[in-house]
Design a protein around this ligand. Structure first.
Ligand SMILES: Cc1ncc(C[n+]2csc(CCOP(=O)(O)OP(=O)(O)O)c2C)c(N)n1
Ligand SMILES: *[C@@H]1O[C@H](CO)[C@@H](O)[C@H](O)[C@H]1NC(C)=O
Ligand SMILES: *[C@@H]1O[C@H](CO)[C@@H](O)[C@H](O)[C@H]1NC(C)=O
Ligand SMILES: *[C@@H]1O[C@H](CO)[C@@H](O)[C@H](O)[C@H]1NC(C)=O
Ligand SMILES: [Mg+2]
Length: 915
């Protein structure tokens, strides 16, 4: 097998080539780079990898043989095939010509496989077998006919919408109709492999088609969304039709098994739903005991421009293999229409393919020409089997085109004239495939036409039904039903909240768990022993600090059967080293223990997990987790509150407005460490002003003060914003979150220095049966004894209270200045603020905060306090001046500012001139 050849560039020099080795290299290079020459673009004008040169090591014509030291005459030579290739089928020797042809068939036709970067040999071999084995891609007659029927549905659905509502945007699928059979194949195959529940997330493109033909939403429900019979006042009328979610349980016709399909509602913000889908999938797996993802799986769809451009895609991939976040493999499908609105791929990404981001997790990537429906179906089968076999992510890249403009109203010729000239000439894929099958004799023209007529009739009938006003019900558009949680017509079962207190026994029991190690022979760190001893001491004195208050809340809910999941960076220990929910054995590596899981045999499980260093991804994930069930307390903690701004999209689009847009309530809790402690502009502010600005309560309307006001306000609000100043109140607000008969997001500004503040402790007495969360903590000191003598009432919230009381004492003003703490900022406790202002009739009113004037709470509370007093009194401000940054970087300036605003707060004539 050796061969001597002359080297063209160096006259007189000859080289010896091992042509058996050359043959092996040909195989390898086809596997690695075959996708660069595969014919992926149905339009034939662009290279899917944005590069038109053909790699020199891929043999596309005989003049490329020279690269391997081969010549034409070698093509007829017969070679023994290496055992790692499957191209021989049952044969072990083949002529070189045939080897090259078979490699081309496997790697350079309508499918481009990217997998050689995977660093697991078994996985690589598995893929080789799927693509190299001769004849693997053969379809049975039955399969071809099913595929054609699915293509008919996909195509005719868009045509039907176009015919009926030609002036409506629908973000149709024209140019990628094979997406529908693609998804159905993934679902059929997965169902065959035991999957019972599929959770999907997708953008606008083709969404209605997916609802109709994959999820099988009743067509009339989709059609009546176009006629907008929803009244503006109906809940859930708050979003456009191509964003709504949905849930459907039905029999899979191919496998005859039950399957639940849901599509998660999403905002316009592309890819934002990715982590949410993962979280919901994880939750569904968790609640049905599916520890390895065999029964519940997710499918994510992407646009080419968004997949490459949005960082959240990367964050989501990085969750895919973390123990507490993995969903055991997601199938990703990219609708790669080679355009993003008006932007060409060359301007939309720097990587060859839009899918390169998936390489970071070693996911195989199957590029496929979407105008070849059989090739599409084949890769989808392989993708589903891959997921079922290895439980890892996989990507199907449907290289297609977009027949219309970005939406149906948009003119694409302004910006992509050449592409759209070609598109106008392009025969629709259904027509091409039907002609192929008719030519093969797989179906007759008549059968094909009947199939079309049959589906058109289905559409027409549904259209007639959609005219009936009564069919419309918002429950059809819920992506996660909460069976049994509400009454049948969707109302809360009551409108009250029971006491959130606990019995003394219970407090003692949980306190004990918090201060001991529940397993034998477990050595904890000496410092931690001291902390636990401190806790035991507190329990003996019937006291809790912040960490212990949290422990009491978590422990009691767990004992009541409520699952708790706390996630975020370093939450197991706690950023401020106060929590210690996971104990580490100092002598045995990786041996850990979670005392909270040793409370009682029938308790619910406690999940506490350090997350990856992501906010957008992880918060989205936890939000999705919280969607799955109302009977769980899901908390996300930011390392410092200001880091929440990298998750802003989840906060604005989902948490703040989710219920208004998509009906589904969500009880997620955000813990945001906040406070001005001289640590500089970063790490100081969780930006309470932003959360408050997004609250939906009216500053100018004093609500009817009735018995149930507090609960009614909670029911009406879009989220709850609190800043507790005592551990007991923190304990109560966490428990209230679950004891309420409905769910609302809860934003808690949590303390830093207060964690260890000797006064920030609460007695068991404040946590016993009958006690509850205090929306406002009134003045109970000396000032309360002779309220008429009080000259000033200071309202504040959070930690600054402790600075104010200290200052008041040192100035001897305890009988003339009252201080009230507003603990629940929103919904605003109008009733209690009113009572407080009436109690001190001769006092002027001051709002004191440590934040700068344009930040913090001032803009939110001022008009509301004014409303409670019918604007009878001004509300004066004591706090830092307006500023661009949340805090100064200079410790000294910080202290000077503090001194200055405390002076203002207690200078009783300070505002007289302004009055
Ligand atoms: C985060 C975000 N930024 C911008 C937009 C505006 N936008 C809507 S569709 C679109 C183009 C999307 O292109 P692609 O992902 O390729 O999907 P296609 O429409 O081609 O199916 C853009 C920029 C958006 N929806 N979300
Ligand atoms: C599907 O579920 C329904 C009720 O949920 C049940 O009655 C039926 O037997 C199930 N069918 C199969 C094939 O499992
Ligand atoms: C989580 O982070 C803590 C530090 O806060 C560390 O001690 C612990 O080992 C981490 N746990 C896991 C499971 O990574
Ligand atoms: C509440 O807000 C204040 C700032 O006004 C902050 O210092 C404090 O840490 C926050 N939380 C608590 C629990 O006090
Ligand atoms: Mg696109």
């Amino acid at each position: 097998f050796y061969k001597t050849i002359s080297v063209a560039a160096l006259p007189g020099v000859t080289m010896k080539f091992n042509i058996q080795a050359s043959m092996k290299r040909i195989i390898t290079f086809n596997r690695i780079r075959g996708h660069h020459v595969a014919q992926l673009d149905p339009l034939g004008i662009m290279d899917a990898d944005l590069d038109s040169c053909v790699p020199t090591d891929i043999i596309t014509s005989s003049d490329k043989l020279g690269f391997y030291g081969l010549e034409e005459s070698d093509l007829e030579k017969v070679f023994r095939l290496p055992t790692t290739t499957f191209i021989g089928g049952s044969e072990s020797v083949l002529p070189l010509k045939e080897i090259i042809r078979r490699l081309e068939m496997a790697y350079c036709q309508h499918i481009g496989v990217e997998f050689m970067f995977i660093n697991d040999l078994d996985q690589c071999q598995w893929i080789r077998q799927k693509f190299e084995t001769p004849g693997v891609m053969q379809f049975t007659l039955e399969e071809k006919r099913t595929l054609l029927a699915r293509m008919v549905r996909s195509t005719r659905f868009e045509e039907f919408l176009q015919k009926k509502w030609s002036a409506e945007k629908r973000f149709g699928l024209e140019g990628c109709e094979s997406l529908i059979p693609a998804l159905k194949t993934i679902i059929d195959k997965s169902s065959e492999n035991g999957v019972e529940n599929v959770i999907m997330g997708m953008p606008h493109r083709g969404r209605l088609n997916v609802l109709a033909n994959v999820i099988r939403k009743e067509l009339e429900q989709i059609f009546c969304q176009f006629d907008s019979k929803l009244e503006a006042a109906d809940e859930g009328s708050g979003d456009v039709k191509y964003h709504l979610g949905m849930y459907h349980r039905r029999i899979n016709r191919v496998t005859d098994r039950n399957i639940t399909l849901s599509l998660v509602a999403n905002p316009s913000h592309l890819e934002a739903v990715d982590p949410v889908v993962q979280g919901k999938t994880k939750a569904d797996q968790f609640y049905c005991g599916d520890t390895d993802g065999k029964r519940v799986m997710s499918i994510l769809l992407h646009g080419d421009a968004a997949f490459a451009g949005q960082g959240i895609v990367y964050e989501t991939f990085h969750l895919s293999d973390l123990p507490s976040y993995t969903t055991h493999g997601t199938v990703h499908v990219v609708v790669n229409n080679q355009i993003g609105f008006t932007t060409d791929p060359r301007m939309a990404r720097s990587s060859p393919y839009p899918t390169d981001v998936a390489r970071v997790v070693n996911a195989p990537i199957f590029h496929v020409n979407a105008d070849d429906p059989e090739a599409v179906i084949y890769v989808c089968k392989v993708a589903a089997e891959w997921r079922a076999t290895f439980h890892k992510d996989v990507v199907v890249d449907l290289v297609c085109y977009r027949r219309m403009g970005h939406n149906e109203m948009d003119e694409p010729m302004f910006t992509q004239p050449l592409m759209y000239k070609q598109i106008k000439k392009q025969k629709p894929v259904l027509q091409k495939y039907a002609e192929k099958l008719i030519a093969e004799g797989a179906v007759s023209r008549q059968e094909y036409e009947e199939e079309i007529a049959k589906y058109d009739k289905i559409c027409e009938e549904a259209y007639a039904r959609s005219k009936d006003e009564k069919i419309l019900h918002i429950k059809h558009w819920l992506d996660s039903p909460w069976p049994g949680f509400f009454t049948l017509d969707g109302q809360p079962k009551s409108m009250s909240c029971p006491s959130t207190g606990l019995t003394e026994d219970n407090l003692n029991h949980i306190g004990q768990a918090a201060s001991s190690v529940p397993v034998e022979d477990f050595t904890i760190h000496g410092g931690l022993s001291r902390i636990l001893k401190g806790r035991a001491e507190m329990v003996k004195n019937r006291m809790v600090d912040w960490a212990l208050g949290e422990y009491m809340a978590f422990g009691s809910l767990l004992k009541e059967g409520i699952h708790i999941r706390l996630s975020g960076q370093d939450v197991e220990r706690g950023t401020f080293s106060h929590r210690h929910h996971v104990l580490h054995d100092q002598n045995v590596d990786k041996r850990t223990c979670i005392p909270m899981n040793h409370l009682s045999p029938d308790q619910a499980p406690y999940t506490v997990c350090n997350s990856s260093l992501s906010e957008y991804g992880v918060l989205g994930f936890e939000l999705g987790f919280a969607m799955a069930s109302p009977n769980a307390l899901i908390l996300w903690e930011a390392q410092f509150g200001d880091f929440q701004n990298t998750a802003q999209c989840i906060i604005d689009q989902f948490i703040c407005a989710g219920q208004a847009k998509w009906v589904r309530q969500n009880g997620i809790v955000l813990l945001l460490p906040h406070g001005m402690e001289g640590m500089g502009p970063e790490h100081s502010s969780a930006r309470p002003e932003r959360f408050l600005q997004m609250c939906n309560d009216d500053p100018d309307v004093l609500p009817n003060i009735t018995e149930d006001l507090a609960v009614r306000q909670l029911y009406d609000c879009n989220w709850i914003v609190v800043n507790c100043s005592t551990p007991a109140n923190y304990f109560h607000v966490l428990r209230r979150q679950i004891l309420l008969p409905f769910r609302k997001p809860l934003i808690i500004f949590t303390p830093k220095s207060l964690l260890r503040h000797p006064e920030a402790r609460s007695s068991f007495d404040e946590m016993l049966p009958g006690t509850h969360f205090q929306r406002l903590i009134p003045e109970v000191g000396v000032a309360a004894e002779r309220p008429e003598a009080v000259k000033r009432l200071i309202f504040c919230t959070g930690k600054v209270y402790y600075e104010l009381t200290k200052e008041r004492k040192s100035r001897g003003l305890e009988d003339t200045v009252a201080i009230s703490r507003i603990e629940q900022l929103s919904p605003f406790p109008f009733d209690q603020v009113k009572a407080e202002t009436e109690r001190f009739p001769n006092a002027d009113l001051v709002w004191c905060q440590e934040e700068h004037k344009n930040q913090g709470y001032y803009d939110y509370v001022k008009p509301r306090i004014r409303t409670t007093t019918q604007k009878a009194k001004p509300v004066w401000y004591a706090g830092r001046d307006p500023a661009a940054a949340p805090a100064t970087g200079n410790k000294n300036t910080h202290l000077i500012e503090l001194r200055r605003f405390l002076d203002t707060a207690f200078h009783l004539d300070a505002f007289r001139d302004q009055q």
